[in-house]
Design a protein around this ligand. Structure first.
Ligand code: APR
Length: 285
């Protein structure tokens, strides 16, 4: 398994949008395709989901955007448009200045604690048979009521701290009043958020389950991810190559677009409920 990194782009070759702070897309603005195509895509996606015996969701920061959690690569509002990822989300950055990194995560933790799940989280959670793979480190899917046993958190979670040396110590943190820098009570190394930083390995168990889910699902519902961070983004190809239908929901085209059987351009909070909720008097979508 490879370490977490920005990918070389699995599909769109020379994509000038990738990580570009000059991205012309304005957050919140959605370029809507012609109404008929949009409606047809929705119907097609609903029909794929209705016929699927095994649906897996694969989400990124766009899933939580309407809950007020900043994405990473959206122009202006994206975290990596304003902050340096290698300073704030790498072991090297933490070694240089643990106080700075911890303070930054304290702010993000408070923001997550203030946020509430949006209609997309709730629609996903309400479909108990769906398995979820998420790159998100917030707990909004869980707070929406999804079964923890059905959530694979590929990039870890903000709700826990762990020993930076990996001695095995972990503890839950109070997201409303997050702790500052402090030593691991077991080995004395510093504690840090239990998340995967650039250059670090994904948790083996999470990766193996995600890989297996993608190899065995019938439909992969890809929501709100730029699909440029590996190895997570490779899971879309894994599902595609194993014969799954790929549905992509995003406010703009992304590196997942080329693998999509159906792509729906729109906000997750609006589109996902339409895909997953049954119309009155009918069976499940
Ligand atoms: N609905 C649907 N999609 C949205 C919405 C929305 N309301 N708002 C934004 N998006 C889309 C954007 O168009 C973009 O393609 O969500 C995507 C977010 O992409 P990124 O910011 O790159 O987030 P993500 O794909 O989750 O990043 C992957 O990068 O730095 C790391 O570890 C971090 O897990 C993260 C990883």
């Amino acid at each position: 398994m490879t370490r977490i990194a920005i990918g070389s782009g699995m599909m769109r070759g020379n994509d000038s949008r990738r990580d570009s702070p000059n991205d012309l897309w304005t957050p919140g603005a959605v370029t809507m395709p012609p109404e008929k195509n949009h409606q047809e895509s929705l119907e097609e996606a609903r029909s794929l989901l209705a016929g699927s015996a095994g649906t897996v969701s694969f989400s990124g920061a766009g899933l939580s955007a309407e809950s007020g959690i900043a994405t990473f690569r959206d122009a202006q509002t994206g975290l990596w448009a304003r902050f340096d990822p290698m300073t704030l989300a790498s072991a090297e950055g933490f070694a240089r200045d643990p106080g700075l990194v911890t303070e930054w995560y304290r702010d993000r933790r408070r923001a997550i604690a203030r946020a509430a799940p949006n209609p997309a989280h709730r629609a996903l959670a309400a479909r108990e048979e769906i398995e979820h793979i998420t790159q998100n480190i917030d707990d909004l899917l869980l707070r929406a009521g999804a079964d923890p046993a059905r959530i694979v958190s590929l990039h870890g979670t903000m709700t826990r701290d762990r020993c930076h040396r990996h001695c095995g110590y972990e503890e839950e943190v109070d997201m409303r009043d997050p702790p500052g820098v402090r030593p691991c009570p077991q080995c004395g190394e510093e504690l840090r958020p239990s998340v995967v930083w650039f250059g670090e390995m994904l948790p083996a168990e999470a990766w193996e389950k995600a890989d297996w889910l993608c190899r065995s699902c019938e439909v992969l519902l890809v929501i709100g991810t730029s699909a440029v961070v590996y190895p997570a983004a490779a899971l879309i190809s894994v599902a595609h190559d194993a014969g799954a239908k790929i549905i992509v929901v995003n406010t703009q085209s992304s590196d997942a677009s080329a693998l999509a059987d159906v792509e729906i351009i729109g906000r997750a909070g609006e589109i996902v409920p339409k895909l997953l909720q049954s119309p009155p008097g009918r069976g499940r979508a």
